[in-house]
Ligand binder design. Sequence first.
Ligand SMILES: CC(C)(COP(=O)(O)OP(=O)(O)OC[C@H]1O[C@@H](n2cnc3c(N)ncnc32)[C@H](O)[C@@H]1OP(=O)(O)O)[C@@H](O)C(=O)NCCC(=O)NCCS
Length: 161
Amino acid sequence: MTLKDGTTYTIIPCPADRWDDATELAFRVFLKYEAKEYGEKGTDSFARFLSSTTLEKLFRTGRYIVYTAMKGNDILGLASLRSGNHLSLLFVDEAYHRQGIASELIKKVQDYLLKETQYQTLTVHSSPYGIPFYERMGFKATDEQITAEDGIIYTPMQMYI
Ligand SMILES: CC(C)(COP(=O)(O)OP(=O)(O)OC[C@H]1O[C@@H](n2cnc3c(N)ncnc32)[C@H](O)[C@@H]1OP(=O)(O)O)[C@@H](O)C(=O)NCCC(=O)NCCS
């Protein structure tokens, strides 16, 4: 896959030794694009989710599927799946937005679901910022925007794969 400057990147399962880097990228991008709307409570909840030893254990035992977009050793973005067919994290490094990386990450997740599972849909709880992207990918809202107890604001969406 090619970036605007002609250099290339690949999408691979997150290497075991890059978990900390991948979650660090997710939190960095979250702080820039989502934290303001979520407030302190939502930000703390997200930080707790990302740094939980349970999540890391699920990843290390192959039960939390994570794909990373890699340019050499650099992680440009990541996508992850929980509960089978639910897109959990989708974050792209700010410097690489609008170059098709998230679209390719979604394709990778769809390929995985088609080949390895029986699911026919991919679901997501979109952040307010993510909605135009997901709509462009073909996701449709299945409910109104929700503000959860933990401060996270999201719109449930799904697409057929
Ligand atoms: C949302 C996000 C993952 C998109 O990543 P990306 O790699 O820039 O997305 P793509 O380049 O694949 O975008 C594909 C299309 O989606 C739409 N799109 C993407 N970002 C958009 C934005 N900020 N506003 C409006 N439309 C957008 C566009 O139609 C785009 O095509 P175009 O660039 O040719 O116009 C990225 O902006 C991000 O990390 N945001 C912060 C975290 C976040 O909100 N994640 C979702 C959490 S649920």
